[in-house]
Design a protein around this ligand. Sequence first.
Ligand SMILES: [Fe+2]
Length: 250
Amino acid sequence: MAGEGAIPPVKGPALQNRLADAFDVTVRPTAGEAPLVETLANDLRAVVTTPQELPVDQQPPMVSDRLPALLDAMPVSPLAEVLRPLARDLDWYQIFDSSHTDPSLAGGLMAGQVIGGRGKLHSKDLYLGLFLLAPHVTYPLHQHAALEIYHVLSGEIYIRHGREKLSMHVTAGEHSVTPPHQVHELRTGTEACLIAYVWTGDLTGENWWWEPQEDGSWDRVCWQRQPDSSWKVTRREPLSESEVLRAGDG
Ligand SMILES: [Fe+2]
């Protein structure tokens, strides 16, 4: 019989509950991370979401080229198994506008929201989704007010929490937690990387990239979230000493 044995896709509150349950058992924080991860887990369970149907057009070529192999290589975990059947069916988009940065960088960073403005579950208070990075991409030092977790689903990544810090090597099944305003950088090696991300707390639509200047000083450049969840540059300012301290880079 057609469809026999097929598992119907989980939607609405059942999907949110399943994501929250899977997050709890998949993400095992260190003692130091525990309070922030508990905040993320509680917010994921409690946030009010509304199911929405989004037109899923053709995926960006980077996604259709890279996603299948990343999903094939994805180790089994409760969170991976909730996300696996959704991954190809998300409204994938290029995160950063190509006109303000190196097109190979902008074209190498793609997102597909499960919870968020363009997610299967609409929310303005928490974002959860998949983040796909091409090989040989450095997402430069940046900071935002949201509390963020990256759980690597497939591949590997190097994450640095400050200009003078060493990178952490984060492989499939591992995670990094970034507190609000903490400056951080992501770098891929020879392989692409698939990450599950959660943003919660202050979702102010500003993402500040730090840029070294020719005279040795630093600026920070503001990317502003657009209604379609992508980002555009709106202004820049010198990086102040107080901002450096707030960013955990003092
Ligand atoms: Fe971030």
